[in-house]
Design a protein around this ligand. Structure first.
Ligand code: ADP
Length: 192
């Protein structure tokens, strides 16, 4: 298995690049944001509870997202690898993920960290809010709260993986193709 974490703040382009990466490398895409939004659409109890938290721009509890990831890993026993998008977002989630993968005799092979400055992120997210139908993308205050959560709880995830030399920084500004090429270059280096 070849497992990738696509890392970066909200609005850094993880969703866009994930679609291209899973097609190119035949990976199973696991986005905790998407998994949570399916729970919301299905009106499950988990979904209702998560929506209240997501609408404030806060992180849902670690146990909830780790549980979703555990099921997704168990439900895809023949995957060639996973692309984690929007997960892990805390060090506790990172440790839990490492343990889940270890049980499957696997590990994270690379953490690709997209870097985009804050004002560009806010601009992109407000713009996405015009068409995405995502309530957390329409209000600048909520967008800033998500970026604040990212800085407070998620940037340390990159530090966690740095100790294992797994992190590669990628400039998240440019055309979609330019950024995809930079990601591919780093992945191919490790696959060969
Ligand atoms: P973005 O990266 O643009 O914020 P996501 O779809 O990844 O979009 O996440 C949307 C929201 O879902 C987050 O603000 C958070 O409330 C919740 N969420 C997603 N993934 C996680 C996670 N791994 N841990 C906790 N909360 C999460």
């Amino acid at each position: 298995m070849f497992n990738i974490i696509l890392f970066g703040p909200p609005g850094s382009g993880k969703g866009t690049q994930s679609e291209k990466l899973i097609a190119k490398y035949h990976l199973k895409h696991l986005s905790t944001g998407d998994l949570l939004r399916s729970e919301i659409s299905a009106k499950t109890i988990l979904g209702l509870e998560a929506k209240a938290i997501m609408d404030k721009g806060h992180l849902v509890p670690d146990a909830v997202v780790v549980g979703m990831i555990r099921s997704a890993l168990d439900n895809n026993p023949s995957a060639q690898g996973f692309l984690f998008d929007g997960f892990p977002r805390t060090v506790a989630q990172s440790v839990a993920l490492d343990n889940l993968l270890k049980e499957k005799n696997s590990e994270i092979n690379i953490v690709l960290a997209l870097e985009v400055d804050e004002e560009e992120l806010v601009k992109r997210l407000l713009n996405r809010g015009l068409t995405s139908g995502r309530s957390d993308d329409t209000n600048e205050e909520i967008i800033r709260a998500r970026i604040t959560e990212y800085k407070a709880k998620t940037t340390v995830v990159a530090d966690y993986y740095k100790q294992f030399n797994k992190v590669v920084k990628i400039k998240g500004v440019g055309t979609v193709e330019e950024i995809f090429d930079a990601l591919r270059f780093e992945i191919d280096k490790r696959l060969s």
